[in-house]
Design a protein around this ligand. Sequence first.
Ligand SMILES: Nc1ncnc2c1ncn2[C@@H]1O[C@H](COP(=O)(O)OP(=O)(O)OP(=O)(O)O)[C@@H](O)[C@H]1O
Ligand SMILES: O=C(O)C1=C[C@@H](O)[C@@H](O)[C@H](O)C1
Ligand SMILES: [Mg+2]
Length: 175
Amino acid sequence: MKVILIGFMGAGKTTVGQLLAKKTNLAFLDTDQLVSQRTGQTPGEIFATVGELGFRQLEQTILQENLVKQGVMATGGGIIELAANRQLLKNSTVPVIYLSGSFGQTVERLVKDNSRPIVRNKSLLELAELWEQRLDKYAEIATETIYTDNKTAEQVAEEVSQYMKAYHDETIENR
Ligand SMILES: Nc1ncnc2c1ncn2[C@@H]1O[C@H](COP(=O)(O)OP(=O)(O)OP(=O)(O)O)[C@@H](O)[C@H]1O
Ligand SMILES: O=C(O)C1=C[C@@H](O)[C@@H](O)[C@H](O)C1
Ligand SMILES: [Mg+2]
């Protein structure tokens, strides 16, 4: 991968990733979409049939298989739940961008879309608890954090692309 986007559900990883892929002329890969392609089921259906752990195992296989490919990867919001995935991301040389923002603006995006099983099954308080539990895990593996509040997805994609250019130039200089 050339870049991997991580962050909570609704951070904009898929939306920004698609815009970024266009901008940089790279392939777009999304772990949620790849899991769905492999199983023929949505994340919601997979959660309902094999549970969250079953989904996480599929997600891990997809992450491992696709890390070596060239492109922009958007991950699922829970990719950081498994220690093995955090290790895979930490050990890779790919820049990992954490799309971060306030809980308020993130929830505003999520309530407009009822497709996420984790959001559907949780109260706002439980979602806030999950948010708290996950923050350190995103920060721990990120090579860069980009704050998304009050920015359009296009603006965020532009910031990530600037970061990729700087990262690439620095890597060449250090060779
Ligand atoms: N910067 C932004 N400003 C406003 N709305 C946004 C922004 N980024 C994304 N959105 C909207 O928020 C919603 C969630 O975005 P998206 O599906 O890209 O999130 P995600 O991080 O991929 O979530 P998940 O972890 O569930 O895959 C979409 O409706 C999208 O259009
Ligand atoms: O944050 C999560 O746990 C999830 C996020 C989505 O991207 C999907 O991967 C699924 O709905 C679970
Ligand atoms: Mg997504």
